[in-house]
Design a protein around this ligand. Structure first.
Ligand SMILES: *Cc1c(COP(=O)(O)O)cnc(C)c1O
Length: 370
């Protein structure tokens, strides 16, 4: 499709092709194209440093680390999670033979509401899987306190939270494990890719076995593992993109500043400000449309923008709990999820990426400020 005259919601951060070619030549010369090659090892080291986390294991996408974290922690029974996310979050619970239990979200962060978690815990609950939605940190202290009280594991889907820090510490250090996605649409990408962040060397060892069929040596298989290794080509691409990511986040920050200046005071349009003490990554810029106050529904605005070549995204709509696989669950009842249900009908993520021009941003703002 030709998208030349369209402002898309995102645009992949791409390394310089000559730099990439030079690395491809090294891969060709080495003939080592996957299975923990030199660029794979370099990228794990560089990412652990950049993110400020003790251990990280690279994956081939952002869904397999979710599946693998649940496997590694031997999660069974019921897992408490949020319906306001990308479907992969809930699917990973389902693929592990566990039952997802949906808990409503807080309006202030779009993350799981800690006040509502305890009521959803049963004797079968073994874990909580929250999402740092839009990269906004969850209330990790309260979630951990509940997990400790009931003996639950916490696995954060941190697909949106690359580089996010709270009071100088990576949000990825919270909970038992955190997962990342390096999909092309994310702040930092390796085309497809992802990672699992863990706290100790033993857990990394076990994850590294699990992502390579459970092989612990040439002839020994210690677990029913899967194949979710990242190859050398994408690891090389990832090393190059890591050099560009800070400038990209800063460019997004400038777009967020422009959006906020222009939209503050527009009746019926709500958006997030920065949170105190948080280093944000500006991965998304959601606005929430109050139809009455704004004079137009979310969908009316969304399609008006589309007609003018501005492609936002209704992210996250519909809620995961409304999809056929999940809508029969008791916890999927919209009465159990009033905030998520309303927010899903109000949200539009505005275009947000490093390559938006001044003119693009003005065009987007003009669509909203009538
Ligand atoms: C993108 C995303 C995923 C899945 O990542 P992939 O790399 O596309 O497999 C999981 N959870 C959330 C919240 C995401 O946004």
């Amino acid at each position: 499709m030709n998208t030349d005259n369209i402002i898309t919601v995102t645009s992949p951060l791409l390394p310089d092709l000559r730099d990439f070619n030079a690395m491809l030549e090294q891969i060709w010369a080495s003939k080592w194209v996957t299975n923990n090659g030199q660029f794979h090892r370099q990228l794990e080291k560089a990412l652990a440093e950049y993110l400020g986390v003790p251990f990280i294991s690279l994956f081939t996408n952002g869904t397999l680390p979710l599946l693998t974290a649940l496997q590694a922690l031997r999660i069974t029974g019921e897992v408490i999670t949020t319906p306001y996310s990308f479907v992969a979050t809930t699917h990973s619970i389902w693929w592990n033979g566990c039952k997802p239990v949906f808990v409503d979200i807080e309006e202030s962060t779009c993350g799981i509401d800690p006040d509502k978690i305890e009521a959803a815990i049963t004797p079968k609950t073994t874990a909580i899987m929250p999402v740092h939605c839009y990269g906004k940190p969850c209330d990790t202290a309260r979630i951990q306190a509940i997990a400790d009280k009931y003996g639950l594991k916490v696995i954060y889907d941190a697909a949106h939270a690359f580089g996010v820090k709270v009071n100088g510490d990576s949000v990825l250090n919270q909970g038992d494990m955190s997962t990342l996605s390096f999909h092309a649409t994310k702040v930092y990408n390796t085309l497809e890719g992802g990672a699992l962040v863990m706290k100790d060397a033993e857990t990394k060892q076990r994850i590294d076995y699990l992502k390579n069929f459970g092989f612990a040596g040439e002839t020994e298989v210690v677990a029913p593992g899967i194949n979710s290794k990242m190859d050398e080509v994408r690891a090389a691409y990832g090393l190059l993109n890591l050099r560009l990511v800070d400038a990209s986040i800063e460019a997004r920050h400038q777009v967020a500043i422009r959006y906020r200046e222009a939209l503050r005071g527009i009746s019926g349009i709500r958006f997030f400000d920065d949170m105190p003490g948080v280093r944000h990554n500006y991965s998304y810029f959601p606005i929430f449309v109050d139809a009455k106050a704004y004079g137009m529904t979310r969908d009316e605005l969304y399609f008006k923008m589309r007609e003018q070549g501005v492609w936002g995204r209704r992210y996250f709509y519909p809620l995961i709990s409304t999809f056929s696989t999940y809508r029969g669950l008791d916890s999927a009842n919209p009465e159990n999820l009033p905030v998520a249900t309303r927010i899903a009908d109000e949200v539009i993520c505005l275009p947000m990426h490093h390559a938006l021009s001044e003119g693009d941003v003005q065009k987007i703002i003009d669509c909203i400020v009538k």
